[in-house]
Design a protein around this ligand. Structure first.
Ligand code: 13P
Length: 253
């Protein structure tokens, strides 16, 4: 299993030119990387241009991903973006259930489940985000929250399909705060996720799934998640907007 390093640009980079420049710088800094798969998830509107740039760079390590999608392939759904459109643009991955969408757009576990099923059915890889709030953590509810998020997101997902999903443990309180989870806490959450999958599917299935950590990842702490806490990659927000720092993160692994 290849380590995955995902750059989630969120709603940053306000012009196509700035997105293109950052993409070129990232690509330049990562040319010699062989060990990891790097995925850039820009705003939808920059995907066509970045896809065109990727096609011109045959040796690049970078793949494209989207930050969200709709749960239907096409139809009368004003303002939505179909997973098929994203696939046709060259996306391989789609982030689903990010905590910012759960929080600001009231995305529910049921909606997330429909998106996961759609993404799988169109042959793309869902990056399923899960994680507790600060309040959940203080009340000792991490395991209840993770179980509910996972079980609901995976309804009607078969044993064969589960191996295609990438899980991203992103404790909400660690996102954008500069206060990353400790590697011990993250390791406990990773084991919990595996236990929930083992109970729903099987022990061997749980051992094979890919789990990433996200939340204030930087070059100083990335090794503690991947090398010490056993995650198979990271989901990076703000540090992915700095090409030097992002290259350092990748080189730490
Ligand atoms: P930060 O790395 O900025 O904390 O964001 C994490 C995140 O939400 C990635 O999806």
């Amino acid at each position: 299993m290849k380590t995955l390093i995902i750059a989630n640009w969120k709603c940053n980079l306000l012009t196509a030119k700035s997105a293109e420049e950052l993409f070129k710088l990232l690509n330049k800094g990562l040319r010699k990387i062989r060990k990891a798969e790097i995925v850039v998830c820009p705003s939808f509107i920059y995907l066509p241009k970045l896809s065109e740039l990727l096609l011109r760079r045959k040796k690049t390590r970078i793949r494209l991903g989207a930050q969200n999608c709709f749960w239907e392939g096409k139809g009368s759904y004003t303002g939505e973006v179909s997973p098929i459109m994203l696939k046709n643009l060259g996306c391989k991955y789609i982030i689903v259930g990010h905590s910012e969408r759960r929080k600001f757009l009231n995305e529910t576990n049921q909606m997330i489940n429909r998106k996961v099923q759609a993404i799988l059915s169109f042959g793309l890889i869902p990056i399923l985000c899960i994680g507790e709030t600060k309040e959940d953590k203080e009340k000792g509810k991490i395991s209840i929250v993770l179980r509910s998020q996972i079980e609901n997101a995976l309804k009607k997902v078969s044993k064969k399909e589960i191996g295609k999903i990438v899980f991203a443990y992103e404790p909400r309180w660690a996102i954008g705060t500069g206060k990353a989870c400790s590697s011990d806490e993250a390791c406990v959450a990773r084991l919990l996720i595996q236990k929930i999958i083992a109970q729903k599917y099987s022990q061997p299935t749980a051992k094979k799934i890919q789990i990433l950590y996200g939340g204030s990842v930087n070059s100083a702490n990335v090794a503690s998640f991947v090398k010490d806490a056993g995650f198979q990659g990271v989901l990076v927000g703000s540090a992915s907007l700095d090409p030097n720092e992002f290259a350092k993160i990748v080189k730490e692994l």
